[in-house]
Design a protein around this ligand. Structure first.
Ligand code: PRT
Ligand code: ZN
Length: 299
């Protein structure tokens, strides 16, 4: 097939999002071979090439129409969007799906022992960050005039080096803050991995696969939490049982051979099913309860 008719998707080459992103693509049915230079995965059963790059470059690759799609942290997308807007350039990447990995938050953190009395108390302070545009907008929205100190890394040591009074950095477990004698004061942005795409029209030959891929991504996301439940229930208990099934719309009711009082109930639950739910179902009259994992789903 013509090289230009293959979809191009950028993901992080090596970092926190890499394994999950490749795993997602495999779950979407992609079989790939990795090029010698390790910069490209060639889709063998889909017209899809996966470019492996630094996460910071992913929005730019979509912006420049080198890639049709990208998987990257919401934090990076938002920072780039604001940076382009500040330069009077329209961002050309739309967030189409939120993924269930790469969760973190961009936080303002203050040195231990230093009091924090709300956003207004940041006035006149120096805040070190690698996310100057997101932080500047957050401060402006609150009418706070502080000095944003832009660093390219090692933000957490800036206060100890005397380069800043406090920091604004990504946090997931909080261990890095603790190790550097800092504590969280404000959440500036909640983030996770997202799929971005170009808002530009895509060649018709590629469009079909783009839609198929995005539908499969949604399917994979839904399946992760989903369970298939089967149980037996007395007819009169059905309204109660339907209410107890988490995130399920229309259960299937099947007659049971040899009885009119009891029926079988089959339902897809789009949320995890916990022991508590099973116990509540049993208390409501259900028996022979089975919970099965869902392998694939196409809504
Ligand atoms: O080389 P490249 O530029 O591609 O990678 P990178 O070093 O810029 O990114 P990487 O792999 O560290 O992170 C990629 C994405 O993962 C980020 O853009 C976020 O969307 C997401 N993510 C999730 C995180 C974290 N959790 C995270 N904890 N990114 C960074 N961190 C860092 C944070 O900056 C701090 O240094 O981890 C430290 C804090 O972690 P805790 O667990 O101690 O709180
Ligand atoms: Zn990066």
């Amino acid at each position: 097939m013509d090289k230009h008719l293959r979809l191009k998707l950028a993901i992080q080459k090596s970092g926190r999002l890499t394994d999950n992103s490749l795993d997602l693509l495999v779950r979407c049915g992609l079989k790939y071979s990795r090029g010698k230079d390790q910069l490209l995965c060639f889709g063998e059963n889909m017209p899809l090439d996966v470019l492996l790059v630094r996460d910071d470059d992913i929005p730019d690759l979509v912006q420049e129409d080198v890639c049709d799609l990208g998987i990257v942290g919401q934090n990076v997308v938002e920072e780039k969007r604001l940076a382009f807007e500040a330069r009077g350039i329209s961002p050309l990447f739309d967030v189409v799906t939120t993924l269930d990995y790469g969760r973190c938050r961009l936080c303002i953190a203050v040195p231990d022992g230093q009091p924090y009395q709300g956003a207004a108390s940041l006035a006149g302070k120096r805040i070190a960050t690698t996310y100057p545009n997101i932080l500047t907008r957050w401060l402006r929205d609150r009418g706070v005039e502080a000095q944003v100190v832009t660093l390219s890394g090692a933000v957490e040591i800036a206060p100890r080096l005397g380069r800043a009074d406090l920091i604004c950095d990504l946090v997931s477990t909080g261990n890095t803050l603790t190790a550097n004698h800092l504590r969280e004061a404000e959440t500036v942005l909640e983030s996770q991995a997202v799929v971005i795409r170009t808002p530009k029209p895509i060649a018709p030959e590629k469009r079909d696969w783009l839609h198929r891929l995005l539908a499969r991504v949604d399917g994979v996301q839904q399946v992760k939490e989903s369970k298939y439940i089967m149980l037996h229930a007395p007819r009169e208990a059905l309204p109660m049982i339907a209410r107890l099934l988490p995130g399920s719309e229309h259960p299937t009711i099947v007659p049971l051979e040899g009885t009119d009082e009891k029926v079988a109930v089959h339902a897809v639950c789009r949320e995890n099913v916990f022991w508590e739910t099973l116990e509540a179902l049993k208390a409501a009259g259900a028996s022979a309860i089975l919970v099965l994992p869902v392998e694939k789903m196409l809504p």
